[in-house]
Design a binder for this molecule. Structure first.
Ligand code: NAD
Length: 511
């Protein structure tokens, strides 16, 4: 997982393992002495460091990808598919190793890590079906003796920049489709949990991927900017917070690249009075506190119609009392947050809630944990009667904090959801098919659940939000993913025919 070169620890007293870049099929330390900490969040300790790339290191990765591109583009579809099938088999067989890495560096519990991997695996399986998605079209005899057909061809070197919260799944939203379609990739994973990407790159090599087709560089803004500005990088696929997504979109498009930049979220769950409240309470707890709320599709605001709000809040808080927070290797329900700084920021929202007049129903600041005391712990938290003017409602908190906002009825709930700047996911809980159908038509959100709280589409549909949750017009994976990683070429052809028409300087017309 790591390589042997070392770097000073934060204290400067000893040396630590360093996660290095992966360029041209081998670990590469690069030229930088800058490194960052990689924590074990459940223990609250720095377990290794990660190398931060310079502009020259990123250039080396892009050059490796550019060298590999002509060979990979010209590799037959059958051979590219064989690599993806082999990767799928290896990943399936060894997913426990990857889950252990995710739990160790991210903190999510092992069961959730396995779920993340299985959703990434789905996209690998979709990549195996690449030929069906990238076929061209053919029209015979569009004009006498002339045929028109289209090809979908790879872009070249593509860049992927991913967030900390899904260190395996989000890279797998992109690189399997990009590679299956004949592109070569430079991936810049989150510096907070970088080892999963290296593990995946090694596994791709084991599956038969030629060196240089998938490269990984680690780092911060320096590495990201180098990718955004590199002339040989044809596209950027980004997933992260909204302010950074906006920056990525603006910078990469200004540099002439194709861009899909998926941003942050604030997902609402509207509960109507006729809903099954036990189902709704289960869903709110599962989607609010799974992965400690560090999911872009987490439910963070329950919008409850007033007449059932007291009963729903009681059912949610009763279920919360049964959740076990702790070390992800010990069978707990919920792990720690990613860093101490993030944990403290999330905990700070309870003070905001109190001063904004909301009522704290369950306070998770001092949880009873099954784990080491220095872990970055924050227990499940429930805040009722949250004013929509409060930062608790408006900000993407990205932690185990569930807000309840009370509304008079469907219309007020819909208006609230539609006035959010974000439009990633939403859900409605009701037994009224007419209300659900109206909601799916009227809500301005990219992914909608009906009695389903985390409506992440399966791999053969595409994933992405609206408004400030997605910049660019291409969603991730599914048919839109293949479109993003290919460019269409239209060919008009005529083979020698004695009936050709001779000289004619007019604009081509059909006969
Ligand atoms: P982040 O925006 O801090 O980081 C994402 C990536 O951008 C990382 O690789 C990071 O190194 C890089 N980065 C950070 N600061 C940068 C800067 N100033 N300039 C250039 N690059 C920079 O996000 P995160 O904290 O890693 O992840 C959580 C966020 O990601 C949340 O907002 C969450 O909603 C979002 N997210 C969205 C989706 C989605 O599909 N819409 C999925 C997962 C996560």
């Amino acid at each position: 997982m790591t390589d042997t070169r070392t770097a000073p620890t934060a204290e400067g007293t000893a040396t630590a393992e360093v996660v290095e870049h992966w360029i041209d099929g081998a670990p590469v330390p690069g030229e930088s002495d800058r490194t960052g900490p990689v924590y074990n969040p459940a223990r609250g300790v720095e377990q290794r460091r990660v190398r931060f790339a310079t502009t020259a290191d990123v250039d080396a990765a892009v050059q490796a990808a550019a060298r590999a591109f002509p060979m990979w583009r010209d590799t037959s579809i059958a051979k590219r598919q064989q690599v993806m099938f082999a990767f799928r088999e290896l990943l399936n067989a060894r997913s426990d190793e990857l889950a252990a890495i995710l739990t160790s560096e991210h903190g999510k519990v092992l069961g959730d890590a396995a779920g993340e991997i299985s959703r990434g695996l789905e996209v690998v399986e979709l990549a195996c079906a690449m030929p069906a998605y990238t076929k061209g079209e053919y029209s015979e005899n569009v004009s006498t003796g002339i045929d028109v057909y289209t090809l979908r061809q790879p872009l070249g070197v593509v860049g992927v920049i991913s967030p900390f919260n899904f260190p395996a799944m989000v890279p797998m939203w992109f690189f399997p489709l990009a590679i299956a379609a004949g592109n070569t990739v430079v991936l810049k994973p989150s510096e907070k949990d970088p080892s999963a990407s290296i593990w995946l790159a090694r596994l791709m090599q084991e599956a038969g991927l030629p060196d240089g087709v998938l490269n990984v560089v680690h780092g911060d803004k320096v590495a990201v900017d180098a990718l955004l500005e590199h002339p040989a990088v044809r596209s950027i696929s980004f997933v992260g917070s909204t302010p950074i997504a906006q920056y990525i979109y603006a910078t990469a498009t200004a540099n002439g690249k194709r861009v899909q930049a998926l941003g942050g979220a604030k997902n609402h769950m509207l509960v109507l009075p006729d809903a099954d409240l036990d189902l709704a309470a289960d869903a709110a707890v599962n989607a609010g506190f799974g992965s400690a709320g560090e999911r872009c599709m987490a439910i963070s605001a329950v919008v409850a119609v007033d007449s059932i709000a007291d009963e729903l809040v009681a059912k949610i808080s009763e279920r919360m009392s049964r959740l076990r927070t702790g070390d992800g290797t010990r069978g707990c329900d919920m792990g720690p947050l990613i860093t101490r700084e993030h944990r403290d920021k999330v905990a700070g929202y309870l003070d905001v809630a109190a001063s904004d007049g909301a009522s704290v129903v369950v306070d998770g600041r001092d949880p009873d944990v099954d784990g080491e005391p220095d872990g970055f712990w924050m227990g499940p938290t429930l805040i009722d009667r949250v004013p929509t003017s409060s930062a608790v409602y408006r900000d993407e908190i990205f932690g185990p904090v569930l807000s309840v906002v009370r509304v008079d009825g469907y219309e007020e709930g819909l208006d609230l959801i539609n006035s959010s700047r974000y439009g990633n996911g939403t859900a409605i809980f009701t037994n009224d098919g007419g209300a659900a159908r109206r909601f799916q038509r009227e809500v301005t959100v990219g992914m909608v659940g009906i009695n389903v709280p985390i409506p992440v589409p399966v791999a053969y549909h595409s994933f992405g939000g609206w408004k400030d949750s997605l910049f660019g017009d291409a969603k991730a994976y599914g048919p839109r993913g293949f479109d993003f990683f290919t460019q269409e070429k239209a060919i008009t052809s005529r083979w020698l025919d004695p009936s050709h028409g001779g000289l004619n300087l007019g604009f081509p017309q059909h006969d």
